[in-house]
Design a binder for this molecule. Structure first.
Ligand code: 1CP
Length: 399
């Protein structure tokens, strides 16, 4: 197994860099977890229940939470966006005869599917098995996830009257889902559960287009032609998605990720004016819980500082921008998550290893690093490759 990356960076160096948030400097020496001067993970979070895993100590010292908070870590934590799903034969077997959305509202299936990649790959976090349209379905909107297509909305949202179809999310709408979050929290023990939601722009794109879209023309047309309806629509979505995140955190999730997958379709000007305030509303709704708030989009290299200003404390970076470049673009240092190109998973073994080591090399000196892909696991990925990536990241970064 290689111990040097192509630029000659050894894991000794990778292991030695920590960010001291108290002094706001990057420290270039090894710090054992116990002697870290950063204690942000140790305090009680009064907005979360006392028996929440971050409050009773189960996950507050996990590698994922420590990395997100810029504390020293036993190894670089790793998880994969879309780690649960079609790359796993055990997932395909379980899904037989169940539609995607029925599965998301089935407590037992959700728990089992969320656990599958944790057991198989030994990842450092579980991501809750759900979808960004689940809260929309939960309030009674007619949406399905068509196999091989993605979310399809029976009556797309185009007018002011359409916005009135979006009501607030109530706990009773997602009872089976929150039961899954609670059960998972028990099963996962010291492994944190990441809750998630779609950001207002990305969810709006599905609602307005009615189905997955490459160019988002109807969405952008609404944004430009009817700002009043646009802002009402995104504000409604922000409230629904923010509430969904609150429910997940209160039920036991230790971190959240806000996916603005399609924000990269926007200019910085349009993003800042028409989208950022709504993403900020979502993140503001969960700031009081004092958990990691990861914000991610695809093709968002030009938007990173703006997306950070929405209130994220960990920035997800796609595969287009090296992490050491991404950090320079931020307004203030934060932990980064990313960013192996998912296509690399289809390359030969040594290219996979070289690319993983390159990402780790580029992560040197970051305030904190959570290893991930630069977007989701492609459905036909060989799951053994993912397990090898986890093992390599762990062995190369063990402190
Ligand atoms: O039958 C199937 O297996 C359907 C495929 C599938 C799966 C497994 C869909 C349809 N959603 C999901 C689960 C899902 N969706 C997760 C699982 C948790 C995990 O990571 O393991 C997550 C995080 C999502 C979030 C999601 N859904 C996003 C944001 C993340 C991203 O990939 O950018 C988006 C954009 C969606 C919409 C969606 N749902 C499903 C598909 C195929 C799509 C994308 C369609 C498109 O291209 O627009």
């Amino acid at each position: 197994m290689p111990t040097l990356d192509p630029h000659g960076v050894s894991c000794e160096v990778l292991a030695g860099v920590v960010f001291d948030s108290a002094k706001c400097v990057w420290d270039d020496h090894r710090v054992a977890p116990e002697s870290s001067s950063i204690t942000s993970g140790e305090h009680l979070r009064p907005s979360l229940p006392e028996d929440h895993p971050l409050n009773d100590g189960r996950t507050s010292n996990s590698a994922l939470i420590r990395a997100a908070e810029g504390r020293s870590v036993p190894h670089t934590p790793v998880w994969f966006m879309r780690q649960a799903g079609r790359s796993l034969p055990e997932y395909r077997a379980l899904r037989e005869g169940h539609s995607m959305l029925d599965t998301c509202f089935n407590t037992d299936l959700t728990v089992e599917i969320t656990m599958q990649p944790v057991r198989r790959h030994g990842v450092d976090a579980a991501i809750f098995f759900s979808d960004i349209v689940v809260p929309i379905k939960a309030i009674g909107i007619d949406v399905e996830i068509a196999p091989g297509v993605g979310p399809v909305i029976a009556e797309p949202f185009r007018t002011s009257a359409d916005v009135d179809r979006l009501r607030d999310l109530e706990p009773g709408d997602v009872g089976s889902i929150m039961a899954a979050v609670s059960a998972l929290t028990g099963e996962l023990g010291t492994t944190p559960l990441i809750g998630f939601a779609g950001a207002p722009f990305t969810v709006a794109s599905y609602l307005v287009e009615g189905r997955p879209s490459r160019d988002h023309v109807h969405t952008k047309a609404l944004m430009l032609s009817d700002p009043v309806t646009w802002n009402r629509l995104l504000d409604r979505i922000a409230t629904i998605c923010g509430t969904f995140l609150q429910f997940q955190l209160e039920a036991g999730a230790s971190a959240i990720q806000l996916f603005d997958s399609w924000a990269g379709a926007l200019s910085a000007r349009d993003y800042e004016r028409a989208v950022l305030p709504h993403s900020r509303k979502v993140l503001d709704m969960v700031t009081k819980y004092e958990t990691p708030r990861i914000h991610f989009g695809v093709g968002t290299s030009e938007l990173l500082p703006l997306m950070q200003s929405a209130g994220a404390n960990v920035m997800g970076v796609d595969f287009r921008l090296p992490l050491n470049e991404a950090i320079k673009r931020l307004n203030h240092p934060s932990a980064l998550q990313g960013n192996l190109d998912p296509a690399v998973l289809f390359a030969d073994r040594s290219s996979v290893a070289t690319s993983v080591l390159r990402v780790l090399g580029e992560a040197q000196g970051l305030p904190g690093h959570i290893f991930n892909l630069g977007h989701g696991v492609p459905p036909d990925t060989d799951p053994d490759v993912l397990t090898r990536v986890v093992d390599l990241v762990h062995s190369e970064t063990v402190r």
